[in-house]
Design a protein around this ligand. Structure first.
Ligand code: ADP
Length: 729
């Protein structure tokens, strides 16, 4: 029980007991037994929702109690704020928590004063690259979801970062939290850590497959869930859970599907609401709609009003927490989510429905089955401790063969082993440059020696493959002037240092540098196309007919494009050039105030995809700006403006207005049309005109005026000016 745990700051064990942790869960007790509060390293491989976070907290608190400093590494930005909010309850015990989410390329020195810092692995990697001095003070590092070292895109960063932190402080306590995987012992070997592996869960879990008119569970029991004519199985399952007062979490494979499914589930949940719930949901919907001036806000509010929601990486943090809290409070009855929600947000549900077990995979070139590990993580969200007698996780099958396949593939199967992906060339390009730039290695041998501390080395018998990748990456970095070689010595050039700090794939940097050198006064389209050509941008696919459309556009606007158009005979390169052009055109449309609806229709993408492209473009253009400064190129101003326009989705003349918090592209345009053309105008304008342009929303208008620095923003007694209050249509 918590009061028997050694090494914690005084008062904390009692606090835990008071907050409902009367007894440690078995894996937690095992972790304490293994010395996690005495500074010993540990790998905890236990199911989702079985109290891994508390294991980490015990480690961090005891480390702080001994005068140390702890770092909690999360895989997603969304989780960082969630974890920070969770850890803030230790403030009463003089343990301060900080979150590092700022831009890359800063060392955030104020974090030095915090006892616990929460950050993503990318952010930690960049803090190390930027030489944040407090990194040396760390005594305890927690790696949340450490099984993600297996992820081809982001895994290598986590792997290299842990290796660097352990090199900086060889005594560092590492606490790695993992989903249940087969080879957790290998991870423990790599980290020189004790292993706690357990299948224990606080609520029983039944897993099964729905086919026809029933769910068949793993213990061969059945539950009748008939599907009516014209009804979808997911709706029948949500309805069935609600009949017993249970909520449902539905996992689908894309943002667009999550939104569409939420609209359908809302019709089901709506039937189960009582009057009080309707009122509460109406208030919640208002709040959701008020978060931002976007389609997503409106769409989310519309389903929330009926008791359902969608949840995906395209939601803002505010939306996400409103949805998650209301689901935990059981006000929302169903959430349709992409797998991000499974990755650690604490939202248990009576029933989990894995509707899509395949997802489009670009590299694979088609629909690919999800990993067992990923599906088990979703399963793990089933069952609310203390509320549900058990949790139910259900897959859907259309026919008998699929049902058999799903049982074999997911219900009875063990998760895949975790395998390092570090030897891939794109990962190596980035990490070897960073390793040289931050002085962790100064020669080829030094690099190989550093890599010897990675999971990759722990998992492979020979170093041949690694050596050949290292050699070709060194050649590449030298050829592009990021690294200088003299004899055996390797050192980063000034350009190489900048690229490393900017957190760019060196290949992206090389493309950008070449492109910027080609033009003094590039257009926005030219710049968008340039950043869309880099490997850091996922390009849109060319659909049938697109080749003709964009070939034509390519020649029409050839003078704007930076660099030489590949010949049409260079099939693959030309194709990529066009895909980049299509993506760039989307960005140009966005920065020319084309409606989001028009864009999603024109390019066949979801609103979240537009957001994703815009965010990436903003980041890459910010990096391009820095490179232009570094190389003293004339294009700096053009790059900065193109960046701002894409970030805010507006033409040049609105940039001043969109700089005011709460003013998005649509509000800015309406204000501008009403004669309010700048921040300064906002401070002077007739309130009735502002209110009219903001569609009579008083609170919004007040907030906007306040953000613009107006002395007296109150709208009391003001009514919207006639004519300006145009209809929403
Ligand atoms: P994981 O990180 O393993 O997915 P969490 O740490 O989020 O799981 O724990 C899930 C829930 O269980 C949290 O709400 C947490 O407060 C609660 N919990 C953790 N340990 C205990 C315990 N020993 N007794 C009661 N509740 C606990």
């Amino acid at each position: 029980n918590p009061t028997d745990v050694p090494g914690l700051p005084s008062g904390i064990p009692e606090f835990l007991v008071d907050s409902g942790i009367e007894e440690l869960y078995p894996p937690q007790a095992a972790a304490v037994e293994a010395g996690v509060t005495r500074g010993d390293s540990l790998v905890a491989s236990v199911p989702t929702a079985s109290g891994k976070t508390l294991i980490a907290e015990l480690a961090m608190l005891s480390s702080v109690e001994r005068g140390g400093k702890a770092l909690y590494v999360v895989p997603l930005r969304a989780l960082a704020s969630e974890k920070k909010a969770e850890f803030e309850r230790w403030a009463d015990f003089d343990v301060d928590v900080g979150i590092s989410t700022g831009n890359y390329e800063s060392s955030e020195e104020w974090l030095a004063s915090r006892d616990i810092v929460v950050a993503t692995s990318e952010k930690v990697d960049s803090l190390v690259r930027n030489g944040a001095p407090w990194i040396e003070d760390l005594t305890c590092v927690v790696a949340d979801e450490v099984h993600l070292v297996d992820d081809p895109n982001r895994g290598p960063t986590l792997e290299v970062t842990l290796a660097k932190l352990r090199r900086i402080n060889p005594e560092l306590q590492v606490v790695a939290l993992s989903a249940t995987v087969d080879n957790a012992d290998e991870v423990a070997d790599w980290l020189d850590a004790e292993l706690v592996a357990s299948e224990w869960r606080p609520v029983d879990l039944r897993t099964g497959v729905h086919y026809g008119d029933a769910i068949t569970f793993d213990d061969d029991s059945r539950r009748e869930v008939p599907v009516g004519r014209g009804e979808r199985p997911t709706a029948a399952l949500v309805d069935d859970a609600l009949a017993e007062g249970g909520s449902s979490l539905v996992f689908v494979n894309s943002r667009r599907n999550a939104e569409a499914a939420a609209r359908r589930q809302a019709d089901v949940t709506e039937r189960h609401l009582d009057d009080d719930e309707r009122d509460d949901l109406a208030a919640l919907a208002e709040e959701v709609a008020g978060v931002s001036d976007t389609e997503t806000s409106d769409d989310l509010a519309a389903v929330v009003r009926k008791g359902a929601a969608f949840h995906h990486a395209g939601l803002s943090a505010e939306h996400r927490s409103l949805v998650e809290d209301a689901f935990r409070d059981r006000l929302l009855k169903a959430i349709c989510a992409t797998p991000t929600l499974a990755a650690g947000v604490n939202t248990p549900s009576r029933r989990v429905i894995v509707r899509d077990w395949r997802r489009y995979d670009g590299e694979f070139g088609g629909m690919k089955p999800l990993d067992v590990l990923e599906v088990h993580q979703m399963f793990g969200r089933a069952g609310r401790p203390g509320l549900d007698p058990y949790g139910e996780a259900v897959l859907l099958a259309k026919d008998h063969d699929t049902m058999d396949e799903l049982f074999d593939r997911y219900v009875h199967a063990d998760p895949e082993p975790v395998q390092s992906k570090l030897a891939r060339e794109p990962a190596m390009r980035t990490h070897l440059l960073a390793t040289v730039a931050s002085g962790f290695a100064r020669s080829r041998d030094g690099l190989l020696d550093f890599l010897d501390r990675t999971l990759h080395a722990a998992q492979s018998d020979t170093t041949e493959r690694l050596e050949s990748v290292v050699d070709s990456v060194i050649e590449y970095l030298v050829a592009n002037d990021f690294v200088e070689r003299s004899g055996d010595e390797l050192a980063a050039t000034s350009l190489g240092h900048t690229v490393s700090r900017l957190y760019l794939d060196p290949m992206s940097a090389a493309e950008i540098v070449d492109g910027l050198r080609a033009a003094e006064d590039p257009t926005a389209l030219g710049l968008y196309h340039l950043v869309c050509r880099t490997p850091d941008m996922y390009q849109l696919y060319l659909k049938s007919g697109d080749r003709e459309t964009y070939t034509e556009l390519c020649y029409e606007r050839e003078t704007e494009l930076l660099g030489r158009v590949p010949s049409e005979f260079e099939d693959v390169r030309f194709e990529e050039w066009l895909a980049a052009l299509k993506t760039a055109k989307l960005l140009e449309d966005w920065a020319s105030e084309v409606d989001e609806d028009r864009i999603t229709e024109r390019y066949g993408v979801g609103p979240g995809d537009v957001r994703g492209k815009v965010d990436t473009a903003e980041w890459l253009l910010g990096a391009a700006e820095r490179l232009a400064v570094e190389l003293e190129l004339d294009s700096v101003v053009a790059v900065r403006e193109a960046k701002k326009r894409v970030a805010d989705g507006v033409r040049e003349e609105l940039l001043d207005l969109t700089g005011v918090r709460g003013v998005g592209r649509k509000r800015a345009r309406r204000l501008y049309e009403a004669g309010v053309e700048s921040r300064a105008d906002l401070r002077e304008a007739e309130k009735s005109v502002v209110l009219g342009a903001l569609r009579g929303r008083e609170r919004t208008a007040e907030r906007v005026l306040e953000n613009a620095g107006r002395q007296d923003p109150s709208m009391d007694g003001v009514s919207a000016a006639e004519g300006a209050a145009v209809d929403d249509g």
